[in-house]
Design a protein around this ligand. Structure first.
Ligand SMILES: [Zn+2]
Length: 108
């Protein structure tokens, strides 16, 4: 696993703050660090035409398209809304993301 500089990581629940999926939330399935984008489960679905291959039939399949990382925010359950995060280094060297507003930990 390579370190990522982004404010979100795989498995986080995020809220989309811009675009057609605005205000929807979902779990991050994948981080595309080169594109600064994320794949969020069930969001930003696009239809793709798939050619038949082997014993897989062709047709139209729906798949998540990436969302730019600046368009998603972590959700704070205490504030009940998407929030900006701050990173706090712990004594053991771990880093923890905190909600800027209420200061509660956003780690699972
Ligand atoms: Zn909060």
């Amino acid at each position: 696993m390579q370190a990522t500089k982004s404010h979100v990581s795989k498995g986080d629940t995020v809220v989309v703050i811009a675009g057609k999926e605005k205000n929807k939330s979902g779990k991050i399935l994948q981080i595309l660090s080169k594109k600064n984008s994320v794949i969020v489960e069930g969001l930003n679905m696009v239809k793709r035409h798939v050619k038949a291959r082997g014993n897989e039939p062709g047709g139209i399949k729906e798949k998540e398209a990436s969302i730019h990382i600046s368009n998603v925010m972590l959700f704070c359950s205490k504030c009940a809304k998407p929030v900006r995060t701050t990173i706090k280094a712990l004594e053991n060297g771990d880093k923890q993301r905190l909600c800027v507003k209420c200061g509660s930990s956003l780690e699972k």
